[in-house]
Design a protein around this ligand. Structure first.
Ligand code: ASP
Length: 318
């Protein structure tokens, strides 16, 4: 795997030669670009730990446009942009002119005209960030669109897994839960398989349809089959806001059959880490004691989220 040189942190410049103006999903990134992004994120993490502040985005304005609730993603983008010296402005889309009839495109164009160079967009509609790239000249960073993609989540998950397991090539990762409605699962499928990992998807039949033809992916309905000997497990939240009921009789029934517990995790490779993008529904997709156990990397995922977002903001602005 050829790695592109990472810029000197003392050069005062952002990273030259990044070919993508936007980050809409990870499927357009080459393996080298993914590795470059993860390496830069690790470098950002070390700089932050050392108390250094690379001012690579000084003079830049980053706009946060979150039209869906978010805690981790919004806050970590804000911290990441500020840590790079950018000015951060927040566009409360629900409260903005969109509710007065202005289209999303008009609102984003207005942001561009006021000098926002990068717009971090979260939207309930799959594809909204793609529309945004055609509506305004700002760089667009997809912070989660509907059920489609969540590229920075997949990148921070890959960094967390790489820290725990080393190279991901040849590893097997189980993703358990509401796969069909999960933008996290979809971006992770692209990224993990591109990096050479195999993925076992697991959940109720109605929640796992349509994935059997993906290369490197197998679909399971029994948790025991999915967890057997895997190197890592990722639990997903049941996307209640995106499903009109159906798939399982109740959340209680889901938890009984597919909920992760410390006992069930014992089926995985000894010490196999557990990930979850958050927010967690303890007692449904996993137990509180598993979330708090030594297997859980949920806290590391949140910490890595800042570093990954610093990396991608720098790369896009290069
Ligand atoms: N925070 C992640 C997302 O925005 C996962 C979730 O909400 O379940 O997709």
């Amino acid at each position: 795997m050829v790695q592109t040189a990472i810029p000197s942190t003392t050069s005062g410049a952002a990273t030259p030669g990044w070919p993508h103006r936007h980050l809409l999903d990870v499927d357009v990134l080459t393996v080298d670009e993914v590795v470059r992004c993860l390496d830069l994120a690790a470098e950002m993490r070390a700089l932050r730990a050392a108390g250094e502040r690379p001012d690579w985005l000084a003079g830049e304005v980053v706009g946060l446009a979150f039209a869906e609730p978010s805690t981790r993603t919004r806050v970590s983008f804000e911290i990441a942009a500020a840590a790079l010296g950018a000015q951060v402005v927040e566009l409360p889309i629900e409260a903005s002119s969109v509710t007065k009839g202005e289209s999303l495109a008009d609102t984003l164009r207005t942001m561009e005209l006021t000098g926002v160079g990068t717009i971090v967009l979260r939207h309930a509609s799959s594809g909204a960030p793609y529309l945004a790239t055609r509506s305004c000249g700002s760089r667009i960073m997809n912070a989660g669109d509907g059920t489609h993609a969540h590229p920075t989540q997949a990148l921070l998950d890959a960094l967390t897994l790489r820290d725990a397991l080393g190279e991901l090539s040849g590893r097997t990762v189980a993703i358990v839960g509401d796969i069909g409605h999960s933008r996290v699962a979809r971006s992770n499928l692209h990224l993990l398989t591109a990096l050479g990992a195999s993925v076992r998807l697991c959940g109720p039949p109605d929640w796992t349809g349509g994935f059997r033809t993906w290369r490197g992916v197998s679909v399971h309905h029994r948790l025991e089959d999915a967890l057997d000997g895997v190197d890592a497990v990722m639990a997903l939240r049941v996307q209640l806001e995106r499903r009109a009921g159906g798939g399982v009789p109740s959340l209680r029934e889901y938890g009984r059959r597919w909920g992760l517990t410390e006992d069930r995790m014992a089926l995985a490779r000894p010490g196999a880490p557990l990930l979850h993008p958050g927010p967690t529904n303890e007692g449904v997709e996993l137990t509180a004691s598993l979330a708090a156990s030594s297997r859980s990397l949920i806290g590391s995922q949140v910490e890595n989220g800042v570093a990954v977002r610093m990396a991608v903001l720098s790369l896009l602005a290069a």
